[in-house]
Ligand binder design. Structure first.
Ligand code: AMP
Length: 281
């Protein structure tokens, strides 16, 4: 496996791979790879001839005072994991490769970007869609994979690909969870032992919601209350939001009907955790 540092090198590698008739599969990440990332790599590998993984902690998707500086970084370990999965190229550019000095051009998916995570983290999705577009343009994959873990991100990226008529297939793959069902996240390493224990209330809250819905509850407010109840029983967690929205526009639903995204965000100390489940009523 080759570690590629320069955008122009990555572009040339992709050009040659395409010219040789190879299908390129791509998994964009911010590194600190875990089994969630590896599940994406495995799936993409199964449908591609060659696989590119990017590791880029994208500055533009972090707001002022967010954890850009504290975000875990370990390229050597990430490279080992990628080698273990048979990845062909690990694209790990410096920020200047992706953002030339003075770069002031952004791509933004209107409306969807302002909801849920976007309301709590203004500008976050503008950074995400801008970097994803740049990475897609550099790597030129036929297939790119995202995780359902970041449900809103997956919806927004799919929307960008559709709206900009990009020639790439987007796969959205299931959430990989730890033994206690906490969704794997690079940020979990920043949790103290106590916070990590408390965090297991997040998947328990989602499961509690699924139970009340299965037993007939159709009032989104009642379901949200149930979720909050489980989360607020943990003194180490602080709820940011609990939302039940439709999966097309991310608007609150008046009643549970069809496909509904239940998304939660909590703080455990200084670490922000998100999780979700899609319920089909
Ligand atoms: P990140 O490095 O956190 O930006 O994530 C890179 C990609 O991996 C995104 O598409 C995430 O949705 C996906 N991902 C992160 N955690 C998980 C997980 N636990 N299960 C599945 N996919 C994940």
């Amino acid at each position: 496996m080759e570690i590629v540092r320069r955008a122009h090198s990555m572009r040339e590698i992709s050009r040659q791979a395409r010219a040789a008739g190879k299908r390129i599969g791509f998994v964009p990440t911010m590194g600190a790879l875990h089994e969630g990332h590896l599940s994406l790599i495995r799936r993409v590998k199964a449908v591609s001839d060659v696989v590119v993984v990017s590791v880029f902690v994208n500055p533009t998707q972090f707001g002022p005072g967010e954890d850009f500086d504290r975000y875990p970084r370990d390229l050597a370990r990430d490279a080992d994991k990628c080698i273990g999965e048979g990845v062909n190229w690990l694209f790990a550019p410096e920020p200047e490769e992706i953002y030339p000095p003075g770069a002031c051009t952004f791509v933004e998916v209107a409306e969807l970007s302002a909801r849920l995570e976007g309301a709590s983290r203004p500008g976050h999705f503008r950074g995400v869609t801008t970097v994803v577009l740049k990475l897609l343009e550099t790597v030129r994959p036929q297939t790119v994979a995202f995780g359902q873990k970041d449900a809103q991100q997956a919806i927004i990226v799919q929307r960008m690909v559709r709206d900009l008529v990009l020639d790439v297939e987007v796969l959205v793959l299931p959430i990989v969870r730890d033994k206690d069902k906490l969704a794997l996240s690079s940020r979990n390493v920043n949790l103290s032992r106590e916070e990590r224990l408390a965090a297991s209330a997040v998947p328990r809250a989602l499961a509690a919601a699924e139970e009340v819905i299965a037993s007939g509850e159709r009032d989104p407010e009642a379901v949200a209350q149930r979720v909050r109840g489980v989360l607020e029983a943990e003194p180490l967690l602080r709820v940011d939001y609990v939302a039940l929205v439709d999966t097309a526009r991310l608007q609150p639903v008046p009643t549970l009907d069809g496909e509904v995204l239940l998304a939660v965000a909590v703080w455990a100390g200084r670490t922000r955790l998100i999780d979700n489940t899609v319920v089909r009523v």
